[in-house]
Design a protein around this ligand. Structure first.
Ligand code: RAM
Length: 910
């Protein structure tokens, strides 16, 4: 046969084949929902994947997983660890590993193939996971450090010099793999042969170290590949281990002085192994260039004290001390499964202004959290200081009184060797402006970058509409949320607080999940909350309880169940409910036994509708916002909702027997609530907006009274408030959805579109580039007045996605989706995308005159119900006959289609 012709034929065949394969492909393989699962300590991990296809109506019918001990074996389909065989199942998420017992430190390779309604896929690209240290005894080293202060440490000021540790060793044979496992308390940077390992910053993630400590796993194979002499160096900063304030021992929890446990496990190609581990042959010093560090106050760095080559072999360490064995922190060792922090974005200054006193003020044009990295050239010994602030005083100087006593200042002293580049390691600040003092020469924009630091999670959603204010609010929200993810959701990044307050995220976490893939972060946080629970059941207001506030209210601790519920509904992972149900149950009884009156009223509350807006911004002028107005109405309404959720989750968690009790409890509380708080005039409590919103949203209102209460809500907003909200942290969480569910999305839209006080738009009109803590953030006293605080977002982001874009989970994890955008006068188009666990869901609609065009994407292995704005099927001019679309019914001005996965383009003409 003519060779040329044969080759041509093969090429055509291949082409055909690849078209066939492209109908169903696999992507985004995840082990435990992690993209890069290094060092996981889960004995039976769960495997998930996403199906991609160019065809509509793709449903998985079966899967086949292979797990092998090496990539070579996996490539050969030699599944020596687990071959699941073909499993008939539609489940593409959380498939429990069921192969051989997984061993600490081993790396496992896997791939999957799926069978679908549109044919089978080829094998996926291989993925892997690396096991962590499953057992305490797997840790071979000992904790080292210096349990004492050194000259220069400022114990009272809670600032320490960084501790440096080093160890030399040599590798004797060819290295096949090398993995470092470490816990550097409070924060570490790891170096091998002069190179920083990994791009994580402010690691490891903060926890209550007496309860659990997160270790990091880093692949250092490349660094150790070359045989010969090597050196490991570790720098330790304070982090949350040596608390940022030490004076209030009754309130602020501190854990001790910096310490380290590390091991590097080396596997040689001949199968032999070696371990480098911390012991007292390591050397250490507290006399390095980082003279002082802590999170609130900043870092002081003297480059003249740098020790050249300290983490390379051959360094003269004779001035260093022998490392000392120290007490272990006490908590269990757990692999860090939430993403570590990284520099996620960099910003350039938009302006640099010279001040009359010779200082410069840099404006980054955006409030964010992180630090400034800069270049500087000048004489040895010159000190440059950077002071951070969120805004400026009217006279153009930094406004810093709202930072309280956080010094928020970095100081760098030059070594005088050409261009020096520096950024701090163990601090971050919340800021937009930086005052530069002592900078030699004229600072140029190109020498400064603002580094936004938050957890390395994916952006999950995008949102764009015809309303530019809504778009701007979305951007402000994005910056605020990102700025406050620090391995836990903190309240604010700038003042001397930065605490993971539970109440700020009760519903906010749900809205955030549409913008960020925050699943791992929130799972970790729920663990933090559970770890903080007292033996008797009490749950604090801050967790990890770095600040000890066990004030026994309902609203802040309720976050444990609200967020668990959110994670289950958004991701479909029911383990999060199972894990947290017992803790909530215990706490519910604790609260009931102590604080429920015999009539069924929950009497205890701490914060009321926290930070509700003063009647006018002027009224709030100069006033401290930290006033508490405890409300039994709020506490009781929440408790009712919690009891209902618990009844709902009792069966799922294997506690079906609890159902009756919770249902009865809920009924009793409902009766008591209505008896006590309902006024026959048709309102609740003091007729505040929040007083009425909660009963409606939670379903406490008797059916006969509902219309009147809803009317009351609308009249408060429309008449009394002239189209504005009057809710604080509590009420704002249910505001937009209550109005929308009551048939008044237009009113919700009116609130969201306001630019006058109080509104999100008002914040923006007054210069906010994130979200303020207070509705009157421009007039209130600085004591508690952060300009980057997400709690006032309430349910706004949920409303953007579920009601404006119309993307809502109808079954856990978006296995079933409700696509139902609200059509509101004045809003002409919305385009939003959301990366669900099954893949991208998209809704993009435009209204022009009587025409409504709507493009929808539904990911494979899910289905949706789309509610088109039409009263009759005949008004659907395009899309009705698409493959995968099926007309179901017409109801309430909507024509409903069932959609299988795929792309749809509908056009409706009224
Ligand atoms: C403030 C915090 C937080 C809030 C508590 C009650 O200090 O900033 O936002 O939850 O008080």
């Amino acid at each position: 046969m003519n060779l040329k012709r044969h080759i041509l034929l093969t090429a055509i065949l291949m082409l055909n084949l690849s078209i066939a394969f492209s109908q169903v492909t696999l992507q985004n393989l995840r082990c435990e929902m992690l993209q890069n699962p290094l060092g996981i300590d889960v004995a039976r991990p769960r495997l998930s994947w996403q199906i991609a296809s160019t065809r509509n109506d793709v449903q998985q019918t079966a899967y086949h997983i292979l797990v092998a001990s090496s990539l070579a074996k996996l490539t050969e389909n030699d599944a020596d660890i687990w071959n699941s065989g073909k499993v008939n199942s539609a489940e593409s998420l959380y498939n429990l590993y069921a192969g051989q017992t997984l061993k600490s430190k081993n790396k496992y390779y896997w791939k999957v193939k799926v069978y679908t309604s549109k044919g089978e896929s080829s094998w996926s690209q291989p993925a892997f996971w690396l096991m962590g240290l499953l057992h305490y005894k797997d840790w071979e080293g000992r904790w080292i450090g210096f349990d004492r202060f050194f000259t220069g440490d400022n114990e009272a000021g809670a600032r320490l010099s960084a501790r440096y540790f080093r160890k030399e060793f040599s590798t004797t044979k060819t290295v096949a793999s090398a993995t470092a496992y470490l816990m550097g308390m409070g924060l570490y940077e790891l170096y091998i042969d002069g190179q920083k390992i990994g791009d994580q910053v402010l690691a490891p993630t903060a926890t209550d170290y007496t309860k659990n400590i997160k270790y990091n796993t880093l692949d250092v194979t490349e660094q150790l590949r070359q045989g010969g002499n090597h050196a490991i160096g570790v720098i330790l900063g304070n982090g949350r281990f040596f608390a940022m304030r030490q004076s209030k021992a009754y309130k602020v929890k501190t854990f001790g002085l910096p310490k380290l446990l590390l091991q590097v496990n080396i596997k040689y190609t001949d199968g032999s192994t070696a371990t480098i581990k911390t012991d007292d042959t390591w050397k250490g010093t507290a006399d390095g260039p980082i003279l002082a560090n802590n999170e609130y106050d900043g870092e002081i760095y003297d480059a003249r004290k740098e020790f050249k080559g300290w983490s390379e072999p051959g360094f003269k360490e004779d001035k260093w001390l022998r490392a000392e064995y120290v007490q272990e922190p006490g908590g269990t060792y757990e692999a860090q499964l939430n993403e570590g922090m990284k520099v996620m974005k960099t910003l350039s200054p938009v302006s640099i202004t010279r001040r009359p006193n010779g200082n410069y003020i840099l404006d980054f044009g955006q409030n964010f959290s992180g630090w400034v990295k800069f270049n500087v050239k000048g004489p040895r010994g010159t000190s440059v200081s950077l002071r951070f602030a969120e805004s400026l005083e009217p006279n153009g100087e930094l406004f810093r009184t709202n930072l309280r006593d956080a010094r928020a200042t970095d100081i760098y002293t030059l070594k005088g060797e050409g261009t020096e580049t520096w950024a701090p390691r163990f601090t971050y600040q919340g800021f937009r402006y930086v005052e530069l003092n002592g900078y030699p020469g004229v600072p140029q924009k190109s020498d400064f970058s603002g580094c936004l630091v938050y957890d390395d999670m994916k952006t999950a959603g995008t949102f764009e509409s015809s309303n530019s204010l809504l778009n701007q609010i979305f951007k402000n929200a994005w910056w605020g949320i990102a700025s406050n993810y620090k391995g836990m959701p903190v309240d604010c990044p700038q003042r001397n607080e930065r605490q993971p307050w539970l109440g700020d995220r009760t519903v906010g976490a749900y809205g955030e999940s549409f913008l960020f893939d925050n699943t791992a972060l929130y799972k970790k946080w729920l663990d933090d909350i559970r770890y903080a629970q007292k033996e008797d059941g009490a749950i604090p207001d801050v967790a990890p309880a770095f600040w000890r506030y066990y004030s026994d209210n309902v609203t802040w601790p309720a976050t444990l169940l609200f967020v668990a519920d959110m994670l289950y509904r958004q991701t479909g992972d029911s383990t999060v409910i199972r894990k947290n149900y017992p803790a909530v149950k215990k706490w519910m009884s604790y609260m009931k036994d102590r604080y429920m009156s015999s009539e069924g009223i929950m009497t205890k509350d701490s914060y009321g509708d926290w930070c509700a807006p003063p009647a006018t911004a002027e009224d709030g002028k100069g006033v401290n916002a930290d006033q508490k107005h405890p409300s039994a109405l709020i506490a009781t309404a929440y408790y009712y909702h919690l009891a209902n959720m618990m009844a709902g989750y009792s069966a799922l968690t294997g506690n079906a027997g609890d159902r009756e009790g919770y249902t009865r409890l809920a009924a009793e509380v409902k009766n008591a609530f209505n008896r006590k708080f309902y006024n026959s005039q048709g309102y609740y409590g003091d007729n505040k907006l929040t007083d009425n919103l909660l009963p409606v949203y939670f379903g406490l209102v008797e059916e006969a009274d509902k219309g009147r209460v809803v009317m009351q809500i609308c009249s408060i907003i429309e008449e009394k408030n002239n189209g504005h909200l009057s809710t604080g942290l509590i009420g704002t969480q249910f505001l937009m959805r209550t109005l929308t569910e009551a048939g008044r999305p237009d009113l919700a839209y009116r609130i969201a579109s306001q630019k006058t006080y109080p509104s999100w738009g008002y914040m923006i009109e007054n210069g906010a580039t994130a979200i303020w803590e207070l509705w009157n953030g421009n007039t209130a006293a600085p004591k508690m007045n952060s300009q980057n605080h997400v709690m006032m977002l309430g349910d706004l982001m949920i409303w953007y996605y579920e009601n404006l874009a119309g993307i809502k989970a109808a079954a856990p994890g978006f296995k079933e989706i409700t696509m139902k955008p609200e059509l509101i006068e004045g809003l002409n188009n919305v385009t939003a995308g959301y990366q669900s666990v099954y893949g991208l869901i998209k809704s993009s609609w435009t209204k022009t005159g009587k025409k409504f065009s709507w493009n929808i994407s539904i990911p494979p292995n899910t289905r949706a119900k789309a509610y088109l704005p039409a009263s009759m099927q005949s008004q659907v001019k395009k899309g009705a006959t698409a493959d995968g679309a099926k007309y179901i019914m017409a109801e309430n001005g909507r024509v409903v289609f069932e959609l299988k996965s795929g792309e749809y383009a509908f056009v409706v003409e009224q």
